[in-house]
Design a binder for this molecule. Structure first.
Ligand code: GUN
Length: 291
């Protein structure tokens, strides 16, 4: 069994990006600039955004964090997005999700200029991804594809079972895995809350991508020997032995599943760091497209 080290790969990619930024500056171009909007004080979102800001520093990017309380009106948020769309110094920006219930996430996503939508959530980017055109790929699916590529994992003709159908992970990763590309070219099955016989299907999988947010959902009896397991889950579970009072748990029962696999991602240190680095790659791409 090989442990897929997302932390190590993401450090390598950040170093590659930092070298490209140095070259851009040497060529007289401006430093890439990412802005992040954070609404409210959700613990998970605070952590993700802090990691994104730190990754910007490591890549040599400028970053701006814009914070609002969770009673902000939808219009104020839309006005802020319009200002970022119009700001020539901002290459790309993200609005951290989830948003408070009184704000329409879809309306917010559609207000972002697709050329600055480095999360790849705007329907224009999603649509372009679906038909294989150049676009900003959403960060988690892109990070998974990058891990498969860097570990030379063969996906062509393999049966890939995706667990979960979210707009952020399940749907786009299923689309990328079936794309005529490498990695890609897989036969893809998507399972979700209305699928009755999930274990029967996962037992046929060469590759399982688990993205349902249910800690320990994938157990050893659901996995065929030699399968590749990509665990996207990052649920906070109580852990009194930690100073924070919690730890992150994936969607896979790692201890029992790992011995059966050919490759597996740990949680934390697998897909998570790759998600952030994909955002950095998109920001670099946005800056290069403008310069
Ligand atoms: N919430 C969970 N994942 C993400 C992500 O990749 N981007 C944003 N903006 N919000 C998220």
């Amino acid at each position: 069994m090989t442990l897929i080290d997302g932390k190590k790969i993401s450090d390598q990619i950040k170093a590659e990006i930092a070298a490209q930024v140095e070259q851009m500056l040497a060529d007289g171009k401006k430093r890439p600039h990412l802005a992040a909007i954070l609404v409210g004080h959700d613990g998970g979102s605070e952590t993700y955004v802090a990691h994104k800001v730190k990754a910007c520093e490591q890549c040599g990017f400028k970053s701006t964090l814009i914070r609002f309380e969770d009673n902000i009106t939808e219009q104020t948020l839309l006005d802020q997005i319009a200002a970022l769309n119009a700001d020539p110094d901002i290459d790309g920006f993200i609005v951290q999700l989830p948003l408070p219930r009184h704000i329409s996430e879809q309306k917010i996503i559609e207000a972002i200029d697709p050329a600055k939508d480095v999360d790849g959530f705007h329907p224009q980017n999603v649509g372009r991804m679906a038909i294989g055109l150049p676009c900003f790929l959403s960060a988690t699916p892109a990070g998974i594809i990058e891990l498969l590529a860097r570990y030379n994992i063969d996906t062509r003709g393999k049966h890939c079972v995706v667990l979960g159908r979210s707009n952020i992970v399940g749907k786009p990763v299923a689309t990328l895995m079936m794309q005529k590309a490498a990695p890609g070219n897989a036969t893809v099955t998507v399972c979700h809350s209305a699928t009755p016989n999930i274990a029967e299907i996962t037992r046929q999988a060469d590759i399982i991508i688990a993205a349902l947010g249910q800690p320990g959902f994938v157990t050893a009896d659901m996995v065929k020997d030699g399968a590749v397991i990509i665990d996207v889950g990052t649920t906070r579970v109580p852990d009194p032995t930690r100073k924070s009072g919690f730890r992150l748990r994936g969607d896979v029962d790692f201890d029992n599943v790992a011995p059966r696999c050919s490759y597996i991602t740990p949680v934390p240190g697998g897909v998570g760091p790759m998600t952030i680095v994909s955002l950095m790659k998109n920001t670099l791409q946005a800056a290069q497209a403008k310069n």
